[in-house]
Design a protein. Structure first.
Ligand code: TXA
Ligand code: MG
Length: 321
């Protein structure tokens, strides 16, 4: 049996399969099977009231999972699916409570990764899938990351190579009159605004009782080794002090440094936001627990860096002014 047939067979039996997507790897189960979905929460250690995204093959399946779909939602799906955009819509009665955390809404996304798309097409149904990491860990962007997280406890990890986008999907809620950006991600806010023809409200707060999005918890995406963000000159001072105290320091910088500093390991970060995003989680995983402190130069604040800055803000323990 080939990998795809094996994956479909496991999913039909109510088992979990880790799948590659263009954003990060997901831990998938048959979205119509509450017992299968329960296994996701058990393996991740995720609180059961955190809703999961249902992954579908494309726009033709929108009406299977949502009702009262506004024209804006269809427009966005037409424009960006398959791709890294998740739409929050009113749930169809068939969506199990296990998927939505009991909320009356559902998150839907059609991933662009060819393997995920082929799997969804062959499976025919929807796949509930959060990022394939234990609750609160950094999201996985390779099959090896998933194996590092779960080992043998996940029956199958489909290897589709490194996830090219590297940060999670953009989440837009279309529940009330004005569409809202709940999580910046793989699709730029400006691109969505261009399709909508107006600005998108950004809901930064995780205190909104009605919207429970675990990616909005501040502790998310955090490596175990503390991460400090700051401008390069301040980081160099911090590095010097810590080095004098005998700490193992990793300096992650974008700006060129002419002289290397004795005793400090340096890593040059990608120049473009896209490349930076695609490397970010792998970097955090690779260097976690290898140093006493990670010092990272704050990226630019221009729009294309929105998703990266959002994840870094949550990953960082401190930010130097
Ligand atoms: O790129 C992605 O979105 C990846 C890949 C695997 O598709 N998935 C992902 O899933 O990041 P997860 O579970 O790690 O994050 C999904 C976010 C969570 O913050 C969740 O609370 C939110 O989406 N979410 C899901 N359904 C929701 C709903 N009905 N209302 C509000 N937020 C929702
Ligand atoms: Mg996640």
């Amino acid at each position: 049996m080939n990998q795809l047939d094996h994956a479909v067979a496991l999913l039909r039996q109510g088992e979990l399969v880790a799948i590659p997507t263009e954003t990060v790897y997901g831990l998938a189960a048959d979205a119509a099977n509450p017992n299968a979905v329960a296994k996701i929460f058990a393996l991740k250690g995720r609180p059961s009231d955190h809703p999961l995204i249902v992954h579908i093959a494309g726009t033709e399946q929108l009406d299977d999972w949502a009702v009262d779909i506004p024209a804006d939602a269809r427009r966005l799906a037409e424009a960006f699916w398959p791709g890294p955009l998740t739409l929050i819509l009113k749930r169809h009665p068939r969506v199990p409570d296990a998927v939505t955390g009991g909320q009356d809404t559902v998150g839907l996304r059609a991933p662009a990764h060819p393997l995920a798309h082929a799997l969804l097409t062959q499976f025919g149904g929807g796949l509930a899938a959060p990022s394939a990491n234990r609750f609160g860990h950094v999201s996985p962007t390779t099959a090896q990351h998933v194996l590092d997280e779960f080992g043998e406890s996940c029956p199958l990890v489909l290897d589709g190579g490194a996830s090219p986008v590297g940060v999670e999907s953009t989440i837009v809620s279309l529940i009330d009159d004005t569409p809202k950006l709940l999580r910046p991600g793989g699709i730029a806010r400006e691109a969505i605004e261009a399709v909508l023809g107006h600005e998108l409200e950004h809901h930064e707060s995780n205190k909104t009782a009605k919207i429970r999005a675990s990616g909005l918890l501040d502790s998310h995406y955090a490596p175990r080794t503390p991460l400090i963000l700051g401008p390069l000159p301040q980081l160099l001072e911090e590095a010097g002090r810590r080095l004098a105290d005998g700490e193992r320091v990793l300096l992650l910088h974008r700006t060129a440094i002419t002289a290397s500093i004795d005793g400090i390991t340096q890593h040059t970060l990608a120049q473009t936001a896209q490349q930076f995003a695609s490397e970010l989680y792998a970097l955090l995983r690779q260097h976690d627990r290898q140093y006493d402190i990670l010092l990272m130069e704050t990226p630019p604040s221009s729009p294309e860096w929105l998703a990266v800055n959002d994840r870094l803000k949550r990953a960082a323990t401190r930010r130097l002014p």
